[in-house]
Design a protein around this ligand. Sequence first.
Ligand code: ADP
Ligand code: MG
Length: 360
Amino acid sequence: MDFQQVFGKPPETQASAPGRVNLLGEHTDYNDGFVLPTAIPQGTTVQLGFSSDSQHHFYSENLNEQVSILDINHTPSGFASYIFGCIEVLQKAGYTIPPLCVYVKSSVPMGSGLSSSAALEVATLRALRQLLNLPINDLEIAQFAQQAEIQYAGVQCGIMDQMASSLADTEHILFLDTRTLERRVMPLPEKAEILVIDSGVPRTLASSGYNQRRAECEEAARSLGVKALRDITDVNVIKALAEPLQRRARHVVTENNRVLEVLQGVTSERFGELMNASHVSLRDDYEVSVPALDTLVEIIQKTEGVFGARLTGAGFGGASVALVRSGQSKGIATHVLEQYNQAGYNGQILVPSLGLSDAA
Ligand code: ADP
Ligand code: MG
């Protein structure tokens, strides 16, 4: 069903936004540190029209689900909360949003760590900006999107996903200082492209493990007398910490330094080495990998045409990301998955998408 079939008239406008993958800078955001995401080819498109009654109506093609907002004082649940949140944060900022018909379609896999949620928010806000001529810039779109996700979808997220979706594209990576929001858009390393393969292992322990790591980092920062681990650049300083805090802090400090090295300008080969080093650090110091991800990353790293690979996202399962030679990602993925799945796993390629079209 398209917009016309759902709402009985064509849309007034539409806008799109991409999902994202983080290339380097993992578990650094809640330490006030640095991240380096890029946009993926898959995206979300939001079409808007004016509602003919006094209610908002939201439809998701992916879920084949329609939600009408009967009471604007009551936040809806599920996918509608993200769209409702975008509308509400704009209203709170002083913009008047009329009752709308909203149609969503997406090629970003949902819940796979490629940030379909940020793509949905940023596409919604872009479409609203266009429809109503709102004087908001791309940075503000990212900030409104984050507020919508925290306040209305109830997810305590950082701002990386929304910044990446709003400011990066598939040709560029976004360097972001999560403390100051200083940022720089840089080209992808030369003659390289991105490959994302899901391990097929669900992130079951992810939330408890994540909270524990956050607490450990806070404790480490407190012991060292700094506001956040971002304030340490010399690994020698953390030797004063007891284990496991020392290892946790070492990951954060070395990971931040890896991102800062990329900012100086590096070759694809060096970028790959930094990704490999990030994986070792996440596995041994931060202890957020699992055997499946280690196996997958090792197979990728040994494959011809690969610059480097590591787990991406919070870990405990989920996906891997690799930097590979341009034009070779699909061939590499086929080779990798053959070996990986032979070991009894159920891996699958997420980026590039194997579908006919990437744009939603
Ligand atoms: P991720 O952002 O990693 O994909 P999240 O759990 O943060 O995972 O966000 C996924 C949620 O975002 C979905 O459960 C759904 O509520 C919402 N969402 C994202 N894209 C769509 C879409 N195309 N249609 C409906 N809901 C969507
Ligand atoms: Mg998300």
